[in-house]
Design a protein around this ligand. Structure first.
Ligand code: GLN
Length: 486
């Protein structure tokens, strides 16, 4: 087995036992990038200083210093997370040449742990999309079928893990952008509780929904990365006070006695039969291994997509006002006065999907429509949250499909925004309620493309969903996260 095929946990063990060096791991990942990146297109920018970081870890090991378990592990960072001195484009023309003067808090934490940043991962422009096709930079392809999308918006982060172009990666999830691509690429991805990971330095899309999380080949890897990136940060006003937790230290691997809620509303008409079947099979497997399955109801789920696209677009229209040609990034070349400069800069700098969100958001916030749309959406948000709270009185986790169907073909949905929005039908409720959720592979369609099983937890119950997911992974005997097709 090549080093890039191993999990972070395995590589960490090998480093500790001096069976390989951090430089060797990075070399192996770099060779893999050389071999497959032309086909996959997971990266926007490679970190030229990666080898320097890897060698620094090797020197520290040689000196006998006590290092973090993830020291020396290659990690890719989604391109909406600020990296000092490394271009951070949000896959937009607007920020094509923007080099941040500071690190996001998660990047500082990753660096402090001695992890090796391989580069910046492709995404949908400003994280708006479900296929990575709205990227201004280039296309990312699904490593399991190059004709298919990797999902989005964190498509580059998911594809890189499945292709072996990074060992773990960071993404962001506003309505499903970690879990959906994780499902479509056949890897593990977790969206943590709102407030558990600092958003300082994450380019804002919808601030009340955005959350940074990670991708890996195994649940343990995701638990290890979550332990690095989570925790209170005074630089983020919505960061929660919480004890520093090591989610990997006592990771359980039994689902015995686990109370699993199964909401009918997530298995409705829009979900493909084979997606339902794989998730039902996974649930039966959990039951056969001692979990207690409970039928539950989350009746407001049917309003979730509408609610999400109102709230997310409203916040996006406000957050993206800052890209005006004055402060950051792109400015139109020819213009006649200030207003014309704003107009041309924003018309030329943003892609169609971003413009659609800004218009939608401005509309729902406008004085004539605020009550009819935005205010109503905020009321439904409370209802969705309350239904989850009630459900968690009788179950530990809620199990649902992550996606309504397996990866679709490149170009198939890009001309039909409503169809694209439907990709998030199983994931947006979690952001609306600020909950943690994890997606892991569970079976494939007839073409061999993976589906995702989603475990949703109560607020700050990351350990519970990680334990449950780890239990499921053990039952499955691992997830074969590396795409064998490349
Ligand atoms: N696909 C959803 C959207 O386009 C979610 C995006 C995300 O989670 N960043 O808004």
């Amino acid at each position: 087995m090549k080093l890039y095929e191993k999990t972070a946990a395995e590589l960490s063990e090998m480093l500790r036992n001096k069976e390989c060096s951090a430089a060797e791991i990075l070399n192996d990942v770099n060779e893999r990038i050389d071999k497959v990146e032309d086909k996959v297109g997971a990266y926007v920018t490679l970190n030229e200083k990666a080898m320097e970081s890897a060698k620094a870890v090797d020197e520290a090991i040689a000196k006998g210093e006590k290092l973090h378990p993830l020291a020396g592990i290659p990690i890719g960072i989604k391109d909406n997370i600020s990296t000092k001195g490394i271009r951070t484009t949000c896959s937009s023309k607007m920020l094509e040449n923007y080099v941040p003067p500071f690190n996001a808090t998660v990047v500082d934490k990753v660096n402090e742990a001695g992890m090796v940043i391989t580069g910046k991962m492709n995404m949908d422009e400003f994280a708006m999309g479900s296929s990575t096709e709205t990227s201004y930079i280039h296309l990312t392809r699904n490593p399991r079928d190059l004709e298919c999308v990797p999902g989005g918006s964190s498509g580059g982060s998911a594809a890189a893990v499945a292709a072996g172009e990074a060992i773990v990666t960071l993404g962001s999830d506003t309505g499903g952008s970690i879990r959906q691509p994780a499902a479509l690429c056949g890897v593990v991805g977790m969206k943590p509780t709102y407030g558990s990971v600092s958003r300082y330095g994450l380019v804002a899309f919808a601030s009340s929904l955005d959350q940074i999380g990670s991708f890996g080949k195994s649940v343990r890897d995701v638990a290890m990365v979550q332990s690095v990136i989570s925790g209170y940060d005074k630089m983020d006003a919505t960061s929660s006070y919480m004890e520093k937790t090591d989610y990997a230290a006592d990771l359980k691997d039994s689902v015995k006695g686990l109370r699993v809620g199964v909401p009918d509303e997530y298995f409705g008409d829009g979900i493909d039969d084979d997606a339902k079947e794989s998730v039902y099979n996974a649930i039966k497997t959990l039951e056969a291994n001692g979990a207690e399955i409970k039928k539950i109801s989350l009746p407001s789920t049917e309003f979730a997509i509408n609610t999400y696209y109102i709230i997310a677009s409203a916040e996006a229209s406000s957050n993206l006002a800052r890209f005006d040609g004055v402060k950051y990034g792109y400015r139109a070349k020819d213009y006649d006065g200030l207003i014309d400069m704003y107009e041309k800069t924003r018309s030329e700098g943003f892609g169609d999907e971003v413009k659609r969100r800004i218009m939608l958001g401005t509309f729902v916030l406008s004085s004539g429509f605020y009550d009819a749309y935005y205010k109503k959406a905020k009321l439904v948000q409370r209802k969705i949250s309350a239904e989850f709270s009630d459900a968690f009185k009788e179950c530990d986790i809620i199990a649902t499909p992550t996606v309504p169907s397996a990866a679709f073909k490149i170009g198939e949905n890009i001309g039909d925004p409503l169809k694209m929005y439907y990709s998030d039908v199983c994931t947006v409720t979690v952001n609306i309620a600020g909950l943690p959720a994890i997606s892991m592979p569970c079976g494939t369609n007839s073409a061999g493309m993976p589906f995702g099983l989603q475990f949703i937890g109560n607020k700050f119950a990351e350990q519970t969903i990680l334990d449950a997911a780890n239990g499921y992974e053990k039952i499955c005997g691992g997830f074969n996260a590396i795409a064998g097709t490349l």
